[in-house]
Design a binder for this molecule. Structure first.
Ligand code: ZN
Length: 219
């Protein structure tokens, strides 16, 4: 979806929005994609939807055994969307069991394009989803809204300064953003640590809504 200001909000490629891996794996190594849970209700085969209007630029069918190179994606779809601020924008959907579109086909946002599966280099069924801007893989969560949960607390979400895309209907400021300033202090080191832990838990530090100052600075 394109907003009036040219920003993009992609639609979730699955009905279930549970992250099992983020842009970085829990060991810190680069994943440059997100993995979404597909195992629900006794099946790992779930409909996959186009994240935005576009054209199917590439499809691949897994050969059934190769787990390296492009075949590591298994059965895969790549869609090219409208350029974002003059830069190519693409999304990729991997480890599918079935394709419902073919190369060159025009698709609409939310259109069924395939079904999840367990093809390619995979340990445990999931959907691997990439956002590619100008040929570089970006954190997909920045292009999606915040309507998701993580499989566990170790799943990477955003780096400081990164945040979910918001839809026009969700532009109301969160309660925290409506506050001017809450100043607490002086406090003991133990209390300061507890407040910091709470702010981190609520991601207030990442949002720039937490700041600690030394007594001299307060004056
Ligand atoms: Zn992945």
């Amino acid at each position: 979806m394109r907003l009036n200001n040219g920003d993009v909000v992609l639609c979730w490629p699955l009905a279930l929005h549970v992250l099992t891996a983020g842009y970085f794996y829990s060991d810190g190594s680069r994943h440059e994609a997100i993995d979404l849970r597909t195992n629900q209700g006794g099946s790992v085969v779930k409909p996959v939807y186009a994240a935005e209007d576009g054209t199917v630029e590439e499809t691949q069918t897994w050969d059934g055994h190769t787990k390296t190179g492009m075949q590591s994606y298994g059965t895969m779809i790549r869609i090219r969307h409208g350029d974002y601020r003059g830069v190519t924008l693409q999304t990729r959907y991997a480890h599918l069991s079935r394709l419902c579109v073919s190369k060159g086909q025009t698709v609409k946002e939310g259109q069924l394009i395939g079904y999840t599966g367990e093809t390619g280099n995979i340990s445990g069924a999931h959907l691997h989803f990439e956002v590619i801007l100008g040929g570089n893989r970006r954190n997909p969560l920045v292009w999606l809204d915040d309507d998701f949960t993580t499989a566990n607390t170790g799943v990477y979400t955003y780096q400081p300064g990164e945040y979910a895309a918001s839809r026009p209907a969700q532009t109301a400021a969160p309660a925290a953003a409506r506050l001017q300033t809450i100043t607490i202090g002086p406090v003991s080191q133990g209390d300061a640590d507890a407040i910091l832990a709470l702010c981190k838990e609520r991601s207030l530090d990442q949002l720039g809504l937490y700041r600690s100052v030394w007594a001299e600075e307060v004056g």
